[in-house]
Each structure stands twice: as structure tokens, then as C-alpha cells.
Design a binder for this molecule. Structure first.
Ligand SMILES: *Cc1c(COP(=O)(O)O)cnc(C)c1O
Length: 392
């Protein structure tokens, strides 16, 4: 250990106490490494590492990540089965950066009608302002081929889709897309890499809101993008030039959440299935949307492509139930927080607006849709709460 005894106390204050090596064992979890500046042993090392950093993951400056972020990136790359992963401050930022990395003015994108709503807003704001045109396609991708234009560059999917969980056949879509040299990007927040792997099915890019199941405790925001080797460079370069990084404290929390991902998802699925089956038998419910139900039209594809389900389920009230009565039902629930995000340990409810959420899906004449996130509470208590709210 270097001795600083010959220096003044003012200097010693800055240099002593930086030696982290300890006698003994090691921590279970990787430590939080906070850094902006990274210092080097000599000029040659600094030059050499800076020369490598555009293609390799080397620690050279906080804005390009740090060892805690790298640990989480590795976890997500493992879950997604991809080449490498970048982290972003939110799931939405991850999506927006994906568009920024792969699109330029004059390009055209095809977007599934089942996407989470802020993506629709991106097509109407950012894309419009940057002369990137957009056409919506059916959630199952059945009209993909017919909607490809000479300037189409990218197909953006969400599988299963937001609000009513339509599946699409990513393998079939990727075959058509790749024949036309289009990139396939999938939002994999539902599957969280554990239930579903779009990259294995042929997608080029998989985006997740780590805010949801990966973090799992409703207390951190984060997004991730994992890609195949072929398309990695463009995403990595654009993310560096836009200074995209996340706090190592947040990475630590998300990484900790992933350790219990499998256990939580199994319990969310078990509870959600019980609630879904109970809702199927309720006279005020017209349809229950949950791909793990044999009656759900997406069940076959879900069974083929997914390793399980999660806590998200939606149901359509009978068409005769007014919006006011639906609102009363939601307000009467006591165990379900009224909130839009999901993936935490707790139950949530939100009243959706299917007409505003879709361009191609015709919801006229159909009932209000309530989305539930079924948490880890006792399913008996949750069903009793729902039952009481229906009576109210
Ligand atoms: C929540 C969500 C996002 C965005 O994540 P944030 O971290 O809230 O920005 C993206 N896609 C889907 C499907 C989501 O549910």
C-alpha cells in the first residue's frame, strides 16, 4: 500500500482510504460502483482503452457504464439470449433510442396496433417531426406483407400486445421482414426474457421495461435493449453519442430483482390463472383476456412460444355495463391499487380505453375493458375483493 505520510493532511484527506481490498470472503451481490471519472495507470493504458471502447465494453468513463451496470447488462443478455445489452433510464427511453438508432428521415416503419400507447404517441410526434412515416399493422402481423413499402426499414411488434395480449408469430413475421431487409424489433416487457425470447424466434432487437418484472418492486425505472451481433453497432454508437446511461444504484436494484424473477412469475401466473377462471364464470364479464386460458384465441401460439404466463389479465365487461358503473367497480376495490404500471409484487387495476388505444381494432359495440395486475396477495382475498366490488 502506498504511504502518503510525507504529504500534508490536506492531500492525505484525498488519497487515503481508497483501497477496497479486504481480508476475508466476498459479498453475494456485485457492489454498487459509482463513477464519473475513471483513472488510468499511465497514458498508454488510457489511450489503448479509449481506442477499444467503441467496440468492446471497457471501463473508461461513467457515461459509458460502470461495473454494476455491466453486471445487469450481462443478466439481461443472458435472459434475452442476445449479443449485448444497453440500459436506459426508462422503458420508453429504450424504445425511443431504438428508433433513433435504426431510423432516419424518409424511412417508413410498420407498428403493431397492439403497442403500448406511448409508442403510438412517438409515431405522431417524434416520427412525424423527423419525416419518418408509420403504418399500423394488425397485432398478429397478418397484413405485414401487403403494407411493406420501398422505404420500409423496420417492423415494431409487441408480443403479447398491450391491454388484451394478442400474440403474433414472430418467426413467420421475421421471415417475411428479413426477405425485405427489414429489422424486427419486439417489446418483450410482458415476457421479461424469462417467459418469452423474441430474439430466439428471429427478432433482431428486443426491448424491455425493466421497470416491470425485472425490478419487481415498483420502486425503480429502467429500460433495456438487447440485440443480435449483426445490429449491435448502430444501437451502441447512437446510445454513446446521446450519453445514455443509468445509475449504478438503479442497476443494483434491478439486478437484485432478477434473482427472484422465476419465483415471482410462477406465483403471479398461479394467482392470475385462478382469478381469470373465476372471472370467466361471472355474469357481468363478457370476455377474459389471458393467453394461458384454453379459451383465449391466442392460447395455441402462447403454448408454442411462451414458457409461462404472468400476473397481467384483462376482462371486458358486458356491453350493457356503462363507463360510470365500471368506474364504480374500480373504485370499490380495496386490494388493487389504481395505477398503470405493473410487474411489482402488488395487485393493480386500471380502466382502459380500447378505442383510443387502437387504430385498426374495432371496439365499437363492445364493453369496457379492465386490466388487472394480479400480485402476490392471497388469490382468495383478491377474488373476494373483486366479488364485493361487482356487487357494489
Ligand atoms: C411500461 C411499459 C413500457 C415503458 O416502460 P417505462 O419504464 O414505464 O417507461 C414499455 N413497454 C411496455 C409493454 C410497457 O408495459
Amino acid at each position: 500500500m502506498t504511504s502518503f505520510a510525507k504529504h500534508s493532511s490536506q492531500t492525505r484527506l484525498l488519497h487515503v482510504g481508497k483501497n477496497l481490498s479486504v481480508a476475508g470472503g466476498k459479498t453475494v451481490n456485485p457492489p454498487v460502483v459509482r463513477a464519473s471519472t475513471v483513472v488510468f495507470d499511465n497514458v498508454a493504458q488510457q489511450r489503448s482503452l479509449r481506442g477499444q471502447r467503441d467496440t468492446e465494453r471497457v471501463f473508461t468513463y461513467g457515461a459509458r457504464g460502470n461495473p454494476t451496470n455491466y453486471a445487469l447488462e450481462d443478466m439481461i443478455t443472458e435472459l434475452e439470449g442476445g449479443y449485448r445489452t444497453r440500459l436506459y433510464p426508462t422503458g420508453l427511453a429504450a424504445i425511443a433510442m431504438t428508433f433513433l438508432a435504426y431510423l432516419k428521415p424518409g424511412d417508413h416503419v410498420l407498428v403493431a396496433d397492439s403497442v403500448y400507447e406511448p409508442v403510438r404517441k412517438l409515431t405522431q410526434s417524434f416520427m412525424r417531426d423527423y419525416q419518418i412515416s408509420c403504418t399500423f399493422i394488425q397485432p398478429d402481423g397478418s397484413d405485414l406483407q401487403a403494407k411493406i413499402q420501398t422505404n420500409t426499414r423496420l417492423v415494431y411488434l409487441e408480443c403479447p400486445g398491450s391491454l388484451i395480449y394478442e400474440m403474433c408469430d414472430v418467426s413467420a413475421i421475421a421471415r417475411v421482414a428479413h426477405a425485405h431487409k427489414l429489422l424486427v424489433v419486439a417489446d418483450n416487457t410482458w415476457g421479461s426474457g424469462y417467459l418469452y425470447q423474441p430474439l430466439a424466434l428471429g427478432a433482431d432487437v428486443s426491448v424491455m421495461a425493466a421497470t416491470k418484472y425485472l425490478s419487481g418492486h415498483s420502486d425503480v425505472m429502467m429500460g433495456s435493449v438487447c440485440t443480435t451481433k449483426e445490429v449491435w453497432a448502430a444501437l451502441n454508437a447512437r446510445s454513446d453519442s446521446f450519453g445514455m446511461t443509468v445509475s449504478p444504484d438503479d442497476s443494483y436494484l434491478v439486478l437484485r430483482g432478477t434473482r427472484t424473477l422465476a419465483a415471482r412469475l410462477a406465483m403471479h401466473q398461479q394467482h392470475a390463472l385462478l382469478v381469470a377462471q373465476w372471472l370467466q364464470g361471472h355474469q357481468q364479464v363478457a370476455t377474459v383476456f389471458y393467453p394461458a386460458l384454453p379459451e383465449d384465441p391466442n392460447h395455441t401460439l402462447w403454448q408454442r412460444d411462451c414458457a409461462g404466463s404472468n400476473g397481467l389479465l384483462s376482462f371486458e365487461l358486458q356491453a350493457g355495463v356503462s363507463l360510470t358503473r365500471a368506474e364504480k367497480f374500480v373504485d370499490a376495490l380495496t386490494l388493487f391499487g389504481i395505477g398503470a404500471s405493473w410487474g411489482g409484487y402488488e395487485s393493480l387495476v386500471t380502466l382502459t380505453d380500447m378505442r383510443a388505444a387502437r387504430s385498426l381494432t374495432d371496439w365499437s359495440g363492445r364493453g369496457c375493458v379492465v386490466r388487472l395486475h394480479i400480485g402476490l396477495e392471497s388469490p382468495t382475498d383478491l377474488i373476494a375483493d373483486l366479488s364485493r366490488a361487482f356487487e357494489a
